[in-house]
Design a protein around this ligand. Structure first.
Ligand code: NDP
Ligand code: 8X3
Length: 251
């Protein structure tokens, strides 16, 4: 029987590329995000290949998260794979100049949102004693970089939650692992720099960054391993990148 995966942040970047690839593997998809028109377009595109449902909620909205997940029925009710991907950086400022709304957004979305979605889905996985959770962390959750402060803190939190989930869910046979990408060219920098496209483009100029499809391919690898194999924590960077701050240009 086909598995069902719920992907948060499926309207763009890594989440969208993952949906496109998992569809080719016949995995039923629950695509989540706030931009319904994008989710609808993706559903139309992938609906010919696999079964697709969309859920529109802001991961910050605790009730919205639980109501949306409770509304699922049929093949979408039982979720085998949860991909906690929704998230962004907001701003890039020294901590003394940080914007409080940016800090709230990053902690509420990247940390609390991931927890809300997980809490809404975990009871069914625990009940069935099966499931696979993939948390999208970041190299920013492994190494703090200048002005990264609160975004890095949110991704260090994802690292801790990933470890905590794996420990607490071990007795239920639920697989938990994180994928921690370096620089991936998506809408991430557009969001970080609040629509300043010039500044966003510069982040990915002069070297070959990762593509969202590269991360999707790793997620595909992770979810297609035999049950006894759990990829617990994986860091992946562009060959041009050696650390958060060392990127070889014109490689
Ligand atoms: P994108 O900006 O392309 O995608 C972000 C996704 O998150 C969108 O689908 C967006 O959907 C969703 N999202 C954002 N805020 C919310 C919210 N409040 N509620 C629900 N959904 C939300 O960025 P990426 O694909 O690059 O980012 C995906 C993940 O990868 C993030 O967790 C990011 O931190 C992580 N990452 C990214 C890296 C990069 O260099 N790009 C590197 C390392 C990690 P919508 O706006 O429709 O709600
Ligand atoms: C995204 C990668 O280096 O921009 O998590 O923080 S970075």
């Amino acid at each position: 029987m086909s598995k069902t995966a719920l992907i948060t942040g499926a309207s763009s970047g890594i989440g969208k590329a993952t949906a496109e690839l998992l569809a080719k593997h016949g995995i039923n998809l629950i695509l989540c995000g706030r931009r319904q028109e994008r989710l609808d377009a993706l559903k139309k595109q992938l609906g010919a290949v696999t079964k697709v449902e969309t859920l529109n909620f802001d991961v910050r909205d605790r009730k919205g998260v639980f109501d949306a997940i409770a509304s699922l029925s049929g093949v979408f009710e039982s979720i085998d794979i949860l991909i906690n991907n929704a998230g962004n950086a907001h701003g890039l400022d020294p901590i003394n100049e940080g914007n409080l709304d940016d800090w709230d957004a990053m902690l509420d979305i990247n940390v609390k949102g991931l927890l809300y979605v997980s809490k809404a889905i975990l009871p069914q996985m625990v009940e069935r004693k099966s499931g696979h959770i993939i948390n999208i962390g970041s190299t920013a959750g492994k190494e703090v970089y200048p002005k990264g402060n609160v975004y890095c803190a949110s991704k260090y939190a994802v690292d801790a939650i990933n470890q905590g989930m794996r420990i607490d869910l071990n007795e239920y046979g639920i697989r938990v692992g994180a994928i921690n990408p370096g620089l991936v060219e998506t809408e991430f920098s557009e969001v970080r720099f609040k629509g300043d496209s010039n500044r966003a483009e510069k982040v990915y100029q002069g070297y070959q960054p990762l593509k969202p499809e590269d991360i999707a391919d790793i997620i595909r690898f992770v979810v297609t391993r035999p049950y006894h194999v759990n990829i617990a924590d994986l860091v992946v960077m562009s060959t041009a990148q050696a650390s958060s701050t060392i990127v070889k240009k014109n490689l």
